[in-house]
Design a protein around this ligand. Structure first.
Ligand SMILES: Cc1cc2nc3c(=O)[nH]c(=O)nc-3n(C[C@H](O)[C@H](O)[C@H](O)COP(=O)(O)OP(=O)(O)OC[C@H]3O[C@@H](n4cnc5c(N)ncnc54)[C@H](O)[C@@H]3O)c2cc1C
Length: 474
């Protein structure tokens, strides 16, 4: 059973408390200033205007905000780059939006421990660049690397194209500083790589979407740079062939950094947007984009041949190998700009994110096709197929009103998530639950598990002021 909580409103007195704690440049309460913080990439139609936006510059500022919020029972929604697509950063119950945009310093790169320490508002690609300058790879970057922040990635446990090799963000987080409601500070983990030292609260906070605490500092693992790489672009005449080839490629024992999937409609749409044409894009129903790593030129060539030959055996029309930076950048530009291209076509498109055991991906692809037909929706699909993570994305029919579209698209994804769960999968591989998938989480998890989640939430946030309305209700 869920209880609707009463929250306090942000009065003139509370505004004054925030102003005296942070200073006038760090508090916004005018409509136009706050409007950008009312929505994220889930869509402007879900916008909710906060009552106040605060821009803390350090941990002490965050503590001050949390003390004030706790005292007056004001909801606090953490907000970073707002590239999220599950509505996580939307302040559903209004109150305070706490943006981390002023906490954007890379504090340290430590070559001895192979770590970097950053504030949460650092743009992910800035961390990647600094790490690369020192000869390391930050392997946790999602496709939104140029816009999203490390804090947002931690809060959503973001995944990326290299997840097949390195895992999602959780695998790269070694330490976290977290401010709790009331202002207590937790220091979890550190520059250490293992441990059995009580319950692992760090791993619990990763992926908690701002519902358990505000992340104020992050220690990440840095990987050695991979060896030489080459990118293979492989068009297949049928979707079935591309999907079937994937599990065989993964079983080859070749060192792979990425194995991505794009169907023909998504390629046609994105190639127009980036003005780069994939070979055979008018004939091929699906494409695989595979990054192979080799410790030297000889190994790389041998392993590319292995993957290429297997693809031919599985029905590939052709295998294109990009072994220089410019060709690689071109073929990746289509995958990287996919979401932008969709947004340009339809600002109200809705993005899906089902995760399956690899063996059930072919069934899921069929289910996506059939469900799109049943709902008579235009649907494009891409995905981190090597991890079983597929993104079916749907467009609003022209004549449909926005209100109807919200419930219609929800019904479409409810069907897909149920199919995914029936096949041993889940309803989000990386985008998170936010509020858009909360009903399906509750439906598919069962009472015992949801009950435990609620009690964990209650232990961290007794007054349920942190990002209310997300993941679980009180
Ligand atoms: C073009 C595009 C491509 C994308 N590609 C990928 C992809 O490949 N993989 C992927 O996983 N996602 C992807 N996404 C989704 C999105 O980029 C990720 O979810 C990303 O991690 C969100 O980061 P952000 O900084 O924008 O966070 P926001 O959207 O601002 O916030 C996301 C959540 O984190 C919480 N939060 C933010 N900062 C903190 C903090 N300091 N402490 C506690 N909670 C906090 C917020 O409350 C919210 O619940 C993509 C989105 C777009 C638009």
């Amino acid at each position: 059973m869920s209880v609707t909580r009463e929250y306090g409103a942000v009065t003139r007195e509370i505004l004054d408390e925030l102003l005296s704690a942070l200073g006038k440049n760090r508090v916004l309460s005018d409509h136009d200033g706050m409007e950008p913080y009312s929505w994220d990439e889930t869509g402007k139609n879900f916008a909710v205007l906060p009552e106040v936006v605060v821009k803390p510059g350090n941990t002490e500022d965050v503590r001050a905000v949390m003390r004030i919020a706790q005292k007056h029972r004001i909801p606090v929604t953490a907000s970073a780059a707002r590239s999220g697509v599950a509505g996580g950063a939307i302040p559903l119950r209004r109150g305070i939006v706490l943006t981390t945009e002023k906490m954007n310093r890379i504090l340290e790169v430590d070559p001895v421990n192979r770590t970097a320490t950053v504030e949460p508002g650092v743009i992910t690609n800035d961390l990647c660049k600094v790490a690369a300058e020192k000869g390391y790879l930050y392997a946790g970057s999602p496709m939104s690397t140029f816009t999203s922040t490390v804090g947002g990635n931690v809060a959503t446990n973001a995944g990326g194209a290299k997840g097949i090799r390195y895992g999602s963000t959780r695998a790269h987080v070694l330490g976290l500083e977290v401010v709790l409601p009331g202002g207590d500070v937790l220091s979890l983990g550190g520059k250490i790589r293992k441990g059995t030292w009580g319950y692992d609260l760090k791993d619990l906070v990763v992926g908690s979407e701002g519902t358990l605490g505000i992340v104020t500092k992050i220690v990440v693992n840095l990987e050695p740079m991979p060896g030489r790489t080459a990118d293979l672009l492989v068009p297949f005449r049928t979707i079935g062939e591309a999907v079937a080839a994937t599990s065989k490629i993964l079983a080859l024992g070749v060192s792979l950094l990425s194995c991505e999937y794009l169907d023909q409609p998504s390629v046609l749409l994105t190639s127009r947007y980036v003005k780069y044409v994939y070979p055979f894009q008018d004939e091929a129903e699906a494409f695989l984009l595979i990054q192979v790593e080799g410790k030297d030129e000889e190994t790389l060539e041998r392993d590319c041949d292995k993957v290429g030959n297997l693809c031919y055996d599985e029905g590939a029309i052709e295998v294109f190998v990009a072994d220089n930076r410019s060709d690689s950048a071109d073929i990746w530009s289509v995958r990287q700009n996919y979401a932008e291209a969709l947004r340009v076509k339809d600002p109200y498109f809705v993005s899906g994110d089902v995760l399956l055991p690899l063996s059930r991906v072919p069934d899921m692809v069929r289910s996506i096709e059939e469900t799109a037909k049943k709902y008579e929706l235009e649907c494009v699909v891409c995905g981190h197929i090597g991890e079983g993570n597929m993104h079916p994305d749907i467009f609003k029919p022209d004549q449909m009103e926005l209100r109807e579209w919200e419930s219609y698209s929800e019904a479409f994804f409810a069907d897909l998530i149920r199919h995914a769960v029936d096949m041993g999968g889940i309803g989000s591989g990386e985008h998170g639950v936010g509020f858009v998938k909360k009903p399906f989480l509750t439906e598919t998890k069962g009472e015992v598990e949801i009950g435990l989640m609620r009690r964990i939430k209650q232990a961290f946030d007794p007054d349920w002021i942190l990002n209310p309305g997300k993941i679980v209700d009180s």
